[in-house]
Design a protein around this ligand. Structure first.
Ligand code: KG4
Ligand code: ZN
Length: 333
């Protein structure tokens, strides 16, 4: 088994997986949402301190599920990208455990781990495929040539699409994190009610969501905060649709350009109901497939870190454990 520790942002998480055939043994996390909610976003220093406080109980709870650490063969942690102080708590914990247990320690890339999550439920998905990682900190379109060989086609130039959800929610004082709240409201709204712009940025693989966010801000300034629930749901659905269609537009172009027929969509925003249905329905109509992990595996968790480490061990690559790096670029191994 491999134990994976994730502390890059606001979830203190420990997962344990069987390998080489990936199977979940434990996936325990303690969310820091109540701590950051009053600020409508993650406060880095509060996150670091909370990771330190929550880690022992999360770790113990995960280890209890496998009756102790005897069968753990390696310890993995998120090396980056992420918040530096938060990452350091995970790295230090991983190194301490590995030293105590006499096992190797492996640093993994957070986005590679989001993609590797797909293997728990869809072991038949094999590269080459297109990866779309959409989360609170990232919107990356990646050509996965094989596990360990990645080419980042494009990423966001400003806000990540999760941030676009979170800041929209903050603007309307709906709560934090905004993604699940907007998703829920949008279920009862009309996505065609308000014509928000689609930031397609033709001719580049990059994304930009800050203009869309500003257009929502201007809409609220001009029309006021929606009074009734119906109007609020319409606003949420229209805004969400602009994000979903933008992601789909770029994905379709990249699939065609690279002659690929599978896109793996992961990261917290991949839990979004509308994005999942739009991608899956369009894929069925057009002859490509969109594969998503279950919503609970889309958001940050420890099992995904262990999954990425398992891929690396299986490939025969030597375990490496470099210091954490908040802006770590995609690994090659
Ligand atoms: O992957 P994740 O847990 O953490 C990062 O690595 O950033 O993603 C968190 C992000 C937040 O922005 C949150 O609002 C968004 O994922 N999110 C969603 C949904 N669930 C979480 N966005 C849209 N719809 C959802 N259902
Ligand atoms: Zn993430």
């Amino acid at each position: 088994m491999i134990l994976g520790i994730e502390t890059s942002c606001d979830e203190t998480a420990v997962g344990i997986v069987y390998y080489p055939r990936l199977k979940l043994a434990a996936n325990v996390l303690r969310s820091q949402i109540p701590l950051h909610a009053p600020f409508f976003g993650v406060v880095p220093e509060l996150a670091s301190r909370a990771h330190l406080e929550y880690m022992p109980e999360v770790l113990e709870s995960a280890l209890r599920k496998i009756s102790g650490p005897r069968r753990i063969e390696a310890v993995a942690y998120t090396q980056g990208p992420g918040l530096k102080g938060a990452l350091l708590v995970g790295e230090t914990t991983a190194r301490a455990l590995a030293l105590a247990w006499g096992k190797p320690v492996i640093g993994v890339h957070h986005l590679e781990a989001h993609l590797a999550t797909i293997l728990f439920e869809n072991p038949k998905v094999t590269p080459p495929f297109l990866g779309l990682v959409i989360s609170g900190g990232h919107t990356d379109l990646i050509h996965v040539k094989r596990w360990g060989s990645y080419h980042v086609l494009g990423r966001t130039l400003d806000d990540a699409c999760g941030e676009a959800f979170d800041k929209f929610s903050k603007m309307l004082r709906l709560g934090y994190p905004g993604g699940p709240i907007v998703d829920h409201l949008a279920l009862q709204g009309d996505p065609q009610k308000i014509a928000f712009p689609r930031p397609y940025l033709e001719g580049t693989w990059n994304f930009s969501f800050s203009g869309l966010k500003t257009s929502a801000l201007y809409w609220v300034r001009d029309h006021g905060r929606p009074k009734g629930r119906r109007a609020l749901c319409d606003l949420a659905a229209s805004y969400q649709e602009a994000i979903a269609e933008t992601l789909l537009f770029k994905t379709k172009k990249a699939l065609a350009s690279l002659r690929l027929s599978t896109v793996v969509v992961s990261g917290g925003v991949a839990a979004n109901t509308r994005i999942r249905s739009l991608f899956q329905q369009t894929g069925r109509q057009e002859g490509w497939q969109a594969v998503f992990p279950s919503p609970s595996l889309c958001t940050d968790n420890g099992a995904m870190i262990a999954a990425a480490a398992a891929l690396r061990l299986e490939s025969g690559a030597r375990p490496t454990a470099s210091p954490v790096d908040p802006s770590l670029s995609f690994p090659a191994w």
